[in-house]
Design a protein around this ligand. Structure first.
Ligand SMILES: Cc1cc2nc3c(=O)[nH]c(=O)nc-3n(C[C@H](O)[C@H](O)[C@H](O)COP(=O)(O)OP(=O)(O)OC[C@H]3O[C@@H](n4cnc5c(N)ncnc54)[C@H](O)[C@@H]3O)c2cc1C
Length: 408
């Protein structure tokens, strides 16, 4: 087990500086344009692929870093550049992690490379869980997967919503109900391979922020996928369902909720994205406050401005520490006895919303215009308190964990 440390090692510093260079030289200059275009920034993703940032190798290297700091450090730098573009770059990783976590070795080897494509023909992937009537309440999911034994195929029907890269992805990972009696225990994940008939993009959403990231509905109409597309395989699913049915029948002991443990481990990454956006806005505000003069002196000479900056920086550093702690716990298999993963996401996302709003205030009229980036950063920051579980859901998870109460 790696000791918890707050200091990046030399190799990590090198990676951080390299990512920061890409974020500063390639992502940030493109941010305003793709925000206005509200389109996937394919040329930037391709550039990231060329230098090796958009690749399974890079993602896996950070993911398996035993200090736990690889992913949060990478997320912070990329999202410091721009949240919408960075989400277009890391969105595929969300689907890839779904396969890494639940897939067989063969499924990992077959599908993850197709999620990324290659440098000359980059592809993206989508993870589709949310539905119009199943957002926070995942258990009320309706998309159904039915097994056709004669053909060894699964047939998927339903509508997914809010899918990042939904409809434009080469590979979609779709969560569906295989046993409606079992609530969230009766769900399974499926690969929908490229060009599968029956899968189509529904509405593409026009959003408040992260507008360079594509978000859309995904409609599944009699989508047939081979049996081999069930993540983890049929045998494992049948065993898992049999155990869940037995527990439901006997009222047996509640087992540790595996999905919740996965969320605790993935939420710090979203916290790190929020830290990146917050830090970006803080830096713009600090620079502005030291150069903008009113009443014959820089505005930072006023305590009203300086103390805001002090609070902004304090919250950002506190958020990063919570994120790093939770990431270290996740990588080293520490039990999240106080929902530390949710804690980090809650605090970092609320910090990003607050800090970006303070940055607008410090820039005055300029902060309110699209001539300066803090207005965009504030719009972007609002997503962090919504996706991967809203702030209310994080509080609910933390409170129930502290009270020793079950979490659905
Ligand atoms: C830009 C974007 C990208 C996304 N990307 C993906 C993706 O790639 N894949 C995917 O599957 N999903 C994705 N999502 C979906 C996201 O995870 C959901 O929006 C989120 O889980 C909230 O669900 P909801 O929107 O249905 O809100 P609801 O669940 O309807 O919540 C509405 C409000 O009620 C509150 N609330 C609900 N239940 C409770 C409760 N028990 N106690 C207190 N308050 C409660 C919520 O906190 C919220 O404030 C994305 C969403 C957005 C906006």
């Amino acid at each position: 087990m790696a000791e918890f440390t707050m200091e990046l090692n030399d190799e990590q510093k090198e990676v951080r500086d390299w990512l920061h260079g890409f974020a500063a030289d390639v992502i940030r200059p493109a941010a305003a344009e793709w925000d206005e275009r509200e389109e996937t920034p394919w040329p930037v993703i391709q550039e990231a692929a060329k230098v090796g940032i958009y690749s399974l190798d890079f993602y896996a290297q950070q993911y398996f870093d035993s200090t736990g700091l690889g992913i949060p450090m990478a997320m912070e730098e990329l999202f410091w550049g721009d949240a919408g573009i960075a989400l277009s770059i890391v969105g595929t990783g969300l689907a890839a992690v779904g396969v890494l976590a639940n897939g067989t070795e063969e499924q990992i080897g077959t599908w993850i490379p197709q999620m990324y494509g290659d440098v000359n023909d980059v592809k993206v992937a989508a993870f589709c869980s949310s539905e119009p009537d199943a957002g926070s309440d995942v258990a009320s999911m309706r998309t159904r997967a039915v097994y056709d034994q004669a053909k060894d195929e699964w047939v998927l029907n339903g509508t997914k919503t809010w899918a990042t890269n939904g409809g434009i992805a080469n590979v979609h990972v779709v969560v569906a109900v295989v046993d409606p009696e079992l609530g969230s225990k009766g769900h399974a994940s499926f690969i929908v391979p490229p060009n599968t008939p029956g899968l189509s993009q529904g509405q593409k959403f026009k959003k408040h922020g992260i507008r360079a990231s594509h978000t859309a509905e995904v409609v599944l109409e009699d989508v047939r996928v081979p049996g081999s597309c069930l993540l983890g395989g049929k045998e494992k699913l049948d065993e898992r369902l049999a155990r869940a049915r037995e527990r439901a029948r006997t009222g047996g002991e509640r087992v540790k909720n595996a999905a919740m443990a996965t969320f605790e481990a993935s939420r710090p990454a979203v916290g790190a994205m929020a830290v990146g956006t917050a830090r970006a806005a803080y830096e713009v505000a600090l620079q502005y406050a030291t150069t903008r003069e009113q009443f014959g002196r820089p505005i930072i000479d006023n305590q009203g401005v300086a103390f805001q900056l002090a609070d902004m920086r304090t919250s950002i550093d506190a958020a990063r520490l919570l994120v790093w702690r939770a990431s270290w716990m996740a990588v080293n298999g520490k039990p999240f006895t106080a929902a530390e993963g949710s804690m980090s996401k809650l605090f970092a996302s609320e910090t990003a919303k607050k800090v970006t709003a303070q940055a607008i205030q410090i820039l005055g009229g300029n902060g309110y215009t699209r001539e300066y980036p803090v207005e965009r950063m504030h719009r972007d920051a609002a997503i962090y308190t919504i996706f991967e579980g809203t702030s209310e859901i994080q509080r609910l998870v933390i409170a129930r964990t502290l009270a020793g109460m079950p979490i659905r």
